[in-house]
Design a protein around this ligand. Structure first.
Ligand SMILES: Cc1ncc(COP(=O)(O)O)c(C=O)c1O
Length: 346
């Protein structure tokens, strides 16, 4: 049976070229800094992000955790949006392993935190308070339907953070989607942040990996934290090789995923039982809600049985993500099945 998997862009498989590069990769012991392929990937990543250095890690979660561990001390406070992946979906690692307090403020629908709310959340000097040391933002914003933070907003948030002595970490798991959607070089979105993480294994289709980028001194300390977390890998060139192909060949095509996401949204709004959960579809993620006339579980099961997978966000909310392994025809197929499921469940 044909399966259209719209749960996430993480379901993408490595391409032929990636598999070949993995097979042929020149390798060494990366804990000794001797894997030429990892070293090449880290140099490429740092250049792409406009930073001095980069660190290859196993996942976006690991990059974010290392960033927080490197920017903070135990007992510090960090500022996050209530929709932040670091807050919602990273197992509380920053609190459990970093010993930091999280100050959560509301994300607006654009994935932003208002500058006013950030400023109010920064602690003053007081014997009773933890010290606020880090602001974390996310671009594109997963929970806000792939919303994009602009260079102007990012610069203003950075200016505010730095003015108060905070560092600024950007969770840029899908930063290339943001750059493509806005039509600006990725460095415009990263130039003012102290660190940025991005993923190879989402829309870029590599099987594994993420990069944390920042200045040399930061990355040197981050490398030690990665080792502490058990993330020092040996002949990791085997996986870094796929990451190099991903960065060389998979960025520009993300525009297709954005077009397909808009195609999906245009079809969904024509189905009476569906309400889009966002005003604009800017990148490859879209949220929608089901009118409460039938059970969400039945809907999900029916859809899965007909070959279309989407992600439940709880209640009657769902997420669909476009990626390299679904084309415009697949989107139309999915729309037909969604429409049929709604019709048959009534
Ligand atoms: C915004 C964001 N940050 C971080 C991550 C974590 O990446 P990983 O699944 O590689 O740990 C994700 C994963 O979906 C994400 O959407």
């Amino acid at each position: 049976m044909k399966i259209i998997d719209l749960r996430s862009d993480t379901v993408t498989h490595p391409t032929e070229a990636m598999r070949r590069a993995m097979f042929e990769a020149e390798v060494g012991d990366d804990v000794f800094g001797e894997d030429p392929t990892v070293n090449r990937l880290e140099v490429m990543a740092a250049q792409k992000m406009g930073k001095e250095a980069a660190l290859f890690t196993a996942s976006g979660t690991m990059s974010n955790l290392i960033a927080v561990l490197t920017h903070t001390n135990h007992g510090n406070e960090i500022i996050l949006g209530n929709g932040a992946h670091i807050f919602l979906n990273e197992v509380g690692g920053v609190a459990a392993l970093g010993g930091v307090v999280t100050c959560i403020i509301p994300n607006d629908t654009n994935g932003q935190l208002s500058l006013d709310s950030i400023e109010k959340a920064i602690r003053g000097k007081n014997i009773h308070y933890p010290v606020t040391t880090l602001l974390c933002l996310e671009n594109t914003h997963n929970r806000c339907g792939g919303a994009v933070l602009t260079p102007e907003y990012t610069s203003s948030a950075a200016q505010l953070a730095h003015q108060h002595g905070l560092k600024f970490h950007l969770d840029g798991a899908r930063i290339f989607n943001a750059s493509i959607a806005l039509g600006v070089p990725v460095t415009e979105l990263t130039k003012d942040v102290d660190s940025v993480s991005f993923c190879l294994s989402k829309g870029l289709s590599a099987p594994i990996g993420s990069l944390l980028c920042g200045n040399k001194e930061f990355i040197e300390r981050a490398r030690k934290r990665r080792k502490m977390l058990g993330g020092g890998m040996r002949q990791a060139g085997v996986i870094a090789a796929a990451g190099i192909v991903a960065m060389e060949t998979m960025i520009d095509r993300l525009a297709e995923d954005h077009t397909n996401a808009r195609r999906l949204a245009d079809g969904l709004v024509r189905i009476p039982d569906i309400r889009l959960g966002q005003e604009k579809v800017m990148t490859n993620i879209l949220m929608f809600d089901l009118a409460r006339t039938f059970s969400s579980i039945q809907f999900l099961n029916k859809l899965t049985a007909s070959g279309v997978k989407i992600l439940s966000l709880g209640g009657n909310s769902f997420r669909a993500v476009t990626h390299r392994m679904v084309n415009a025809g697949d989107i139309d197929f999915a729309l037909n099945k969604i429409e049929a499921a709604c019709r048959e469940l009534k």
